[in-house]
Design a protein. Sequence first.
Length: 166
Amino acid sequence: MAIHCPNCDTLILEEELPRIGGSTKVLCPSCLEPLALPEMTLPLGFAKTTLAPPKAGFLVGRKYSLVVVSGPDAGKVLDITKAESTIGREGCDLELEDPEISRRHALVSIEGLRARLQDLHSTNGTFVAEKPIEEAMLESGDQFRVGSHEVALVVTENDDDSDDDA
């Protein structure tokens, strides 16, 4: 849709203007005549855009893992392949064999370079810096404890790029 200025007959493309609620006025770019725009249009200089990071998700080119630092499974590396992964015993996305770990013990949600760790009302709790948590944000290298396992979040560059065919 195009708008013609009644004063100088300049053609203004409405599609080029950001559209959000309410009727408003703008100035003709040629003669500065005030123009009434149709409902749902907002003049260019008034648009507000808020960019927020995704609530959950991986960054391209990154690999996410949990590394067992100590405990019965010490040295084990658990690759995180889902934006939200459960930690627990058999049947969870990230399995650890430990009678002190609940069947569904905790949830790890990837948020860019960080991860949100949530205790899922486990019997023995989830600990960060030796303090019980309901929820905590982790960065690469941060450690937490579930059962008798000390575990670290590790975010690295993904070396698994197979685009070397050129």
